[in-house]
Design a protein. Structure first.
Length: 404
C-alpha cells in the first residue's frame, strides 16, 4: 500500500469516527470521557443546522400547495327515522296437503313447483269403494221409505178397526210405534248418505289455498292413509308474503306509536344490504318480549308481485318509526370522531378550514342529522380530512362526488 492509500484509509476512519461522535455522543462520552465534549458539540451543531433548515422550509411547504378536498353543503330535508334489523321471509300461509280417506292414489294432478289456485285438483284417490258405500246407503233409504209407506197404510187400517172394535188399542199403538221407528230409520239413512258422500268427496283432493307447490311427497299408485303424517305435497302462499324480524325492546314504545298512527313502512334488502327487494307494511307486534334476547318479534306483509321474496330467505329490514321534518343533513363521511366529541371540518369563504364540534341525533350508512353545531349551507369536508389542520388553505375538487 502506498502513502496515498494509507492516507485515504486514515481519512476514512477519522470521518467515520466523527460521524459516530455526532450520532451517539453519549456512548463516546462513556467510552472516552476526554472526547465527550467534542462529540456533544458536533451533535448539537448538526441538529441545530437541520432544525433551522426545517423551520425555514416548513412554511414554504405548507403554503406552497393547498390540500385537495371534496365538500358538501349541509342541507335541510325531511329525514326518515329507521330501526334496522335482520329477518326471514316466510309463506303467508303454508299447508301440507294430506288425504282424509284411505285408498290408492289414482292420479297426481300437479307439476312440482307449479302455481295453483284454491280449488285446483291436486290428487285423486280411487273412488270406487266410496261410491259403492254411497249407493248402499241410498238403497237402504229407499227400502226404509217403502216399509214406512206400508206401515202408514196398516196404521190407517188399524185406526178404522179400532173404531169398529175389530182390533185392540194395543195393536194400533204398536203399529203407530213402527211408523215412528221407520221415520227415524229414514233420517239415519239420510245421515249415512251424507257421510258416504263426504267420503266420496274426500277422494278428490283439491288445493285449499293459492300458492306454489313444492316437491311431490307421494307418487301415483301408492296406498295412503288418513292416519299417516306424510302429506302429498306442500303449498306455500307467496303473494302476499310475510317477513318475521326482531327489534330491540327499548324501541318498542316508538314502534307502538308508529303502529297507532298507521301501518308503518318496512323495507327489506338482501342480507348484505346491497339491493332493495321489496317495500311493505308492519302488520303484527308480538304479544311478549323475548326475555333471553331482549327483543320483540315483528311481522310485516309484502305484495311480492315480482317474487323477489322467497320463504326462508334471510333479509335485512328497515322499519320506519318517524320522520324528522326540515332536519339539517350532511353526508356521513363528513362526521369525524375526536377524543371528546364529534366534529366536522368546515370550509370558509376564504377556502380555509376550521373544526366545528357537532351533535348528531340520527345517522345511517349515508347521511347524518346534525342537531347542533352547523348551519344550513355550511360546506363540510367529506374527503381528504387526513392531515388537515385549522387555518389550512384547501382546494375543492369539483370533480369528486360530494353527496348530500
Amino acid at each position: 500500500m502506498g502513502f496515498r492509500g494509507f492516507a485515504g484509509a486514515v481519512a476514512l476512519v477519522v470521518a467515520a469516527a466523527l460521524g459516530y461522535c455526532a450520532y451517539a455522543p453519549d456512548n463516546i462520552e462513556k467510552w472516552i470521557p476526554a472526547a465527550g465534549g467534542l462529540a456533544h458539540s458536533l451533535h448539537d451543531a448538526l441538529a441545530g443546522g437541520t432544525n433551522a433548515r426545517t423551520s425555514a422550509q416548513a412554511p414554504a411547504n405548507v403554503n406552497s400547495r393547498a390540500a385537495s378536498v371534496s365538500v358538501a353543503a349541509a342541507k335541510r330535508a325531511d329525514y326518515p327515522i329507521y330501526i334496522d334489523g335482520l329477518g326471514q321471509a316466510q309463506a303467508y300461509n303454508a299447508v301440507t296437503v294430506r288425504t282424509r280417506v284411505d285408498g290408492q292414489i289414482e292420479k297426481i294432478a300437479f307439476d312440482e313447483g307449479q302455481m295453483v289456485k284454491a280449488g285446483d285438483l291436486i290428487a285423486r284417490i280411487d273412488p270406487r269403494p266410496f261410491r259403492a258405500a254411497l249407493d248402499q246407503a241410498k238403497a237402504k233409504q229407499a227400502q226404509d221409505e217403502a216399509n214406512l209407506a206400508n206401515a202408514k197404510l196398516d196404521l190407517q187400517r188399524y185406526a178404522t178397526l179400532v173404531k169398529q172394535s175389530f182390533a185392540t188399542q194395543q195393536q194400533f199403538d204398536t203399529q203407530n210405534a213402527l211408523v215412528t221407528q221407520l221415520i227415524a230409520s229414514i233420517a239415519a239413512d239420510a245421515a249415512a248418505i251424507d257421510a258416504a258422500q263426504v267420503q266420496l268427496d274426500y277422494a278428490t283432493i283439491d288445493a285449499p289455498i293459492s300458492g306454489r307447490v313444492g316437491f311431490r311427497l307421494v307418487d301415483e299408485g301408492n296406498i295412503v292413509s288418513a292416519a299417516q303424517q306424510t302429506g302429498i305435497v306442500t303449498i306455500a302462499q307467496l303473494q302476499p308474503i310475510a317477513v318475521i324480524f326482531t327489534a330491540p325492546q327499548d324501541d318498542l314504545p316508538r314502534i307502538r306509536d308508529a303502529m297507532t298512527a298507521g301501518a308503518p313502512q318496512v323495507l327489506v334488502s338482501a342480507s348484505d344490504g346491497a339491493r332493495l327487494l321489496a317495500a311493505g307494511k308492519l302488520t303484527v307486534i308480538d304479544n311478549q318480549v323475548d326475555p333471553t334476547t331482549g327483543t320483540i318479534r315483528l311481522k310485516a306483509e309484502f305484495a311480492n308481485e315480482d317474487g323477489a321474496l322467497w320463504p326462508g330467505l334471510a333479509v335485512s329490514t328497515r322499519l320506519m318509526v318517524g320522520l324528522e321534518k326540515d332536519a339539517l343533513v350532511v353526508p356521513i363521511e363528513a362526521i369525524q370522531r375526536g377524543p371528546d366529541s364529534l366534529y366536522v371540518y368546515v370550509v370558509g369563504d376564504d377556502d380555509r378550514v376550521s373544526t366545528r364540534p357537532v351533535t348528531v341525533s340520527h345517522q345511517d350508512e349515508k347521511n347524518a342529522v346534525v342537531a347542533k353545531g352547523l348551519y344550513d349551507g355550511d360546506r363540510v369536508v367529506t374527503l381528504g380530512q387526513y392531515g388537515l389542520q385549522p387555518g389550512v388553505a384547501v382546494s375543492i375538487d369539483a370533480s369528486a362526488k360530494t353527496g348530500s
